[in-house]
Each structure stands twice: as C-alpha cells, then as structure tokens.
Design a binder for this molecule. Structure first.
Ligand code: GSH
Length: 217
C-alpha cells in the first residue's frame, strides 16, 4: 500500500526544506518506500476533513490504508519500525537511537524553533532586541552540549539512524543564522546528512513543488 503524506501547497520556507514533511519524505526515501503527496493550502489544513487526520490542523500527516498518523516524529518512528535501515537491529542500540529521536524533538528542536519563530513573528516588537539574545543563548547551550557529545564521530550513535535524521532536520532550521558556524563538527554533521542520496531526493521533490506552485493572490 502506497502511503500518502500531506505537505504545504506553498511552503512558507520558500523551498528550503524546513517544513516537517521533509523529515517524513527523507525517512521514506531512506527505506525505499514510494509515497504520494497531498498538497494543502493553509485554509484546507484548518478544515474538518484535515483535522480528522491532525487535530491541530497541521502538516505532515501520514495515511496508509486504515492507519492515519500525525506528528512527524511518530511518523518517522513508524516508518523506521516497519522497514530496515533507520533503526539498528540490536535492542540496546535501537533504544539508544530512539532516545536520540526524542532528544532531537524535545530537547534540541524547541529552543531552535522558539528562536526561529521569534525572528519571523516578533521582529517588530519593542522587546525583540532584548529577547533575541536570550533565545540564542538557549540554543547555544544545547548546541554546545550536542557538539561535545558528537565529538569527531560521523553520527550520534555509531551508524546513521532515525535519531540522526531528526537531529539533522532540527539543526537545519539554523541555516543562514550564523549560529551553527560556531560548531564545526555540527556543520559537518548536517552536511553529512544533507549529502545522503535519500536526503537529496526528498529535498528536490519538495523544492519541485514550491517551484511549480504559483504565489498565492
Ligand atoms: N509537532 C508537529 C508540528 C507540526 C507543525 O508545526 N507543522 C507546521 C509545518 S512544519 C504547520 O503545519 N504549520 C502551520 C500551522 O500550524 O498552521 C510535528 O512534528 O509534526
């Protein structure tokens, strides 16, 4: 059964591959599972039909026969559990890879996302100039810790896993900010992820949608 995922009809990131369908596409490409994409406008995402799939009216979602999932991390875990390639066979190594998935989503991504949201939505606020350094300090704390743990390894725990896939997608949100540049091993880590053929295919597919969709209005 070919899974169907949802994505922005016109991604606000202008094709930079930051929307969270990117991590689902990447996971599907890594395991060689073909998929279809249903594109949604912002208003369609808030309609009852889509809220049946995702109560929060967001992308991505994942449908496979009777199964409907939301939350990009849960979708990537589902894909990784059903196909070889994204989680190690050894039970302990698998548990560690899943730990890194949670670390990416709940420890590293939140401060990165908070900073990113502030730069988009809060630029015109009187307190923005004071708040931004606070948010950036929080990002630096996490990046410093992650950088120390990664050291000169290629991946977080021996071989590439779904944990790396989610971590790389979280870190990519900092591209263009200049923040990641202070951590050469994290820059190299993200570049290693982006160089994977599965990443390239996923990236090119989402970019093709952006390039093919005329601007709204
Ligand atoms: N925790 C959710 C977050 C989903 C999310 O924030 N999706 C964004 C795109 S990356 C979205 O749909 N934004 C539009 C909106 O919230 O209205 C996940 O990982 O899937």
């Amino acid at each position: 059964m070919t899974p169907i995922i949802t994505a922005f009809a016109r991604s606000p990131d202008r094709g930079r591959g930051l929307a969270r369908d990117m991590r689902v596409r990447w996971a599907l490409e890594e395991v060689g599972q073909p998929y279809e994409v249903r594109l949604l406008s912002f208003s369609e995402m808030k309609e009852p039909a889509h809220r049946m799939l995702n109560p929060f009216g967001q992308i991505p979602t994942y449908e496979e026969g009777e199964l409907a999932l939301f939350e990009s991390g849960a979708i990537v875990l589902h894909i990784a559990e059903r196909h070889p390639g994204l989680l190690p066979g050894d039970a302990n190594a698998r548990a560690r890879a899943i730990t890194w998935m949670f670390a990416a989503l709940t420890t590293v991504e939140p401060p990165i996302f908070d900073r990113s949201l502030a730069t988009i939505l809060e630029r015109d606020k009187t307190w923005y100039a004071e708040r931004l350094p606070v948010l950036e300090d929080r990002v630096h704390v996490r990046l410093g810790e992650l950088s120390s743990r990664l050291g000169d390894a290629d991946w977080l725990d021996d071989r590439f896993s779904a944990g790396d896939l989610l971590m790389v997608t979280a870190l990519r949100r900092l591209s263009g900010s200049g923040i990641l540049e202070k951590y050469p091993n994290l820059i190299a880590y993200v570049a290693r992820g982006e160089a994977r053929p599965a990443f390239r295919r996923a990236f090119d597919d989402q970019l093709a949608i952006f390039n093919a969709t005329p601007p709204a209005g």
